[in-house]
Design a protein around this ligand. Structure first.
Ligand code: NI
Length: 386
């Protein structure tokens, strides 16, 4: 396919995906469309025993490299004003996963053209449910990535102009944990607090104390945070309630800080509860670990991107999470931010990804995969990439 045809194909595919966003685990139409396009391009589909998402392979025997795109949208009403805006009410591709899927399809087409020369196999993963995390873990449980020597993914960035790549070694996005704390005291008449255990005062002390956890326990040069996002207790003015429930999230960039925050939060909740004569029940729900780029493969990816003419910047770091981190726990991986033009932030109803970045994104993914296979196979020709 010549460059002009590929560019138009990517723009059309992106516009179609953008106008048909579906929520996590509901990506049925998206999956059907992607499979249809892959089949059209004679790319081998692999069985992926999940209700949504798709996997494909290019190449024959030899080392294995994986490329991953997520495909789900968000429960947001689009206000981008784009001619190809969402046709699904209350649903929007506001994180650019439509861009990721289209760019991966483009990479597949480019790799297919070189299939006979590839020194190994490239596995393409169109992953469901990144936003409602768990999709990456479900893909891993299928075993489809067994034996992968490296895995790569791009993510849209509205902080970077088209033609720019943001990439750094080490942690770039946070470990994301959620917690629910239930303080139990003893309910009583508001006029006789001495006859009960007031969980509202207890919760207030805990919330204030919690905000010293990061500032007094973590290295001031490290990025960590704890937020309480929901407080619920009581239902009238003259009764002190029996229980208070708090919910929140903890974010950190290293395993060590993550463990420290979890342990200190437990100690603080239990200590405050004991001091007030109540008790604390803590439900800790661990989410993805920090998204952590492998140093060696990051150097390789930076060299490939530089050769392709990308302007390079440090990764725009964030305490948001990304379930690509689950892959990186098992395989060395690189998660890079591709500039999709300055716009409203990801997850905003006005978020826009500029289609001008599609072809460079597809080329970069293809070159990363081919170059990585070359590196793994010790084939000097292919270390140069596509
Ligand atoms: Ni995203």
């Amino acid at each position: 396919m010549d460059e002009g045809a590929l560019k138009s194909f990517l723009e059309e595919t992106f516009a179609w995906l953008h106008s048909h966003p579906e929520l996590s685990y509901e990506e049925h139409e998206t999956t059907a469309k992607l499979k249809e396009l892959l089949t059209d391009k004679h790319i081998t589909l692999l069985g992926l025993p999940l209700a949504t998402g798709a996997a494909a392979e290019i190449g024959r025997s030899g080392p294995l490299v994986a490329l991953r795109a997520d495909i789900d949208g968000l429960p947001i009403t689009e206000a981008s004003g784009l001619p190809y805006a969402s046709q699904n009410r209350g649903r929007m591709h506001a994180c650019g996963h439509d861009f990721h899927a289209a760019a991966l399809l483009g990479a597949a087409i480019l790799l297919k053209e070189h299939e006979a020369d590839l020194p190994g196999r490239v596995r393409l993963i169109f992953q469901p449910a990144e936003e409602n995390p768990g999709g990456a873990r479900k893909v891993l449980e299928t075993g489809i990535l067994k034996g992968a020597g490296a895995i790569f993914a791009l993510h849209t960035s509205p902080l970077l102009p088209v033609g720019t790549l943001g990439l750094s070694p080490g942690p770039v996005m946070a470990a994301v944990d959620r917690f629910v704390i239930r303080f139990r005291g003893q309910g009583c008449h508001a006029a006789h607090p001495d006859r009960g255990v007031d969980v509202i005062t207890l919760a207030a002390h805990f919330i204030s104390a919690l905000q010293t956890l990061v500032s007094r326990n973590c290295d001031p040069f490290a990025a960590n945070l704890v937020s309480i996002t929901r407080v619920s207790a009581g239902n009238t003015w003259n009764v002190l309630p029996e229980t208070a429930e708090l919910e929140g999230t903890a974010r950190s960039m290293t395993k060590e800080d993550r463990r420290l925050i979890r342990d200190r939060l437990h100690a603080l909740a239990q200590g405050e509860a004991a001091a007030f004569g109540g008790e604390a029940l803590i439900d800790w729900q661990a989410g993805p670990p920090p998204t952590t780029n492998d140093a060696g493969w990051t150097d390789f990816a930076l060299a490939v991107a530089r050769r392709q003419g990308f302007a390079l910047q440090d990764a725009p770091k964030s305490l948001a999470g990304e379930d690509f981190a689950y892959y990186q726990e098992q395989f060395p991986g690189v998660f890079a931010s591709i500039g999709t033009g300055l716009s409203a932030p990801n997850h905003s109803p006005e978020f826009i990804a500029d289609p001008a970045a599609l072809l460079p994104g597809a080329r970069l993914l293809a070159a990363l995969a081919a170059g990585a296979l070359g590196k793994l196979a010790g084939d000097s020709v292919y270390t140069a990439g596509l």
